[in-house]
Design a protein around this ligand. Structure first.
Ligand SMILES: [Zn+2]
Length: 124
């Protein structure tokens, strides 16, 4: 099976970041994963397969707890090319959206840079 690719893997030599469709809790979800990364999915368990040489992946919904429903393919393209991407999050308590940088993270895929504030006027 061939997947759509979004860019070069930042953590291995020949890997490309692919868009894969998986199911979590019976809901379709995109997983952005290195072509050298393979997992066995079983229920909620996700285990790296024996033939995997890279484990880099980003779950489409991994910022859900900050009320970002999905990380888009364009956001992945941007972070692969520029090492950072501006993401829009939403504070339920303050009832307003705010922006943060997200950067590549070998362990978590993407992580949010909490100590840097982005002015809303700067948004593109
Ligand atoms: Zn890789």
């Amino acid at each position: 099976m061939r997947y759509k690719t979004l860019g070069k893997c930042p953590y291995c030599d020949d890997g490309k970041i692919e868009v894969r469709k998986i199911e979590v809790d019976a809901k379709p979800l995109k997983l952005y994963a290195c072509s050298n990364a393979h997992w066995k999915f079983e229920f909620d368990m996700c285990e790296l397969a024996d033939d995997a040489t890279c484990s880099f992946r980003i779950f489409q919904n991994q910022f859900l707890r900050w009320n970002k429903k999905a990380i888009s393919e364009n956001e992945i393209r941007t972070v692969l090319a520029e090492q950072q991407v501006k993401v829009r999050l939403y504070s339920a308590r303050a009832k307003k959206e705010y922006f943060k940088w997200a950067v590549l993270d070998q362990e978590y895929g993407l992580s949010i840079v909490w100590d840097v504030d982005i002015d809303e006027e700067e948004k593109e």
